[in-house]
Design a protein around this ligand. Structure first.
Ligand SMILES: [Zn+2]
Length: 142
């Protein structure tokens, strides 16, 4: 029997994607709050929700590490969970190459270590692009 549940975040309405319970167990502070059903991850950087199942939600304060991909996080928020790089590393132009070299040498466990269950590189590139746009905007203001 198929299990149906909404894969849209109940707060922002963005489409989430399914995460394995195994992934969540590594990131939720209080595992006893976790149900036995499947959860989705909300990828919207402006939304405070990390995991949800219908109306049941886990916010960013309910996970172990600050999520660097969410706008509300500080410069200490994590962007690469396999190698523990903080958000402040986004200013480092070579951060993507640095992570790639690490992955080549040591492998990666994004499926477990990243709260989204996915590789961080795509998100890092997106955030770096956005950061550059903001810088251009700042300069044009002066
Ligand atoms: Zn959301």
């Amino acid at each position: 029997m198929a299990i149906f549940f909404s894969s849209y975040c109940p707060i922002c309405g963005n489409k989430g994607f399914k995460v394995k319970n195994d992934t969540m167990i590594h990131h939720i502070k209080d595992i006893s709050k976790m149900g036995d059903r499947g959860y989705s991850f909300c990828p919207n950087s402006e939304c405070n929700i990390v995991y949800f199942h219908n109306k049941e939600t886990f916010t960013s304060s309910m996970v172990n590490k600050e999520i660097g991909f969410k706008d509300i996080s500080s410069p200490n928020g994590t962007i690469c969970y396999c190698y523990n790089y903080p958000q402040s590393e986004l200013y480092n132009e070579s951060i993507v190459d640095k992570i790639k070299i690490r992955i080549e040498n040591y492998g990666s466990r994004c499926d477990i270590r990243n709260p989204s269950g996915r590789c961080c590189l795509k998100e890092i590139r997106r955030m770096q692009k956005e950061q550059k746009k903001e810088e251009v905007y700042d300069i044009s203001k002066n």
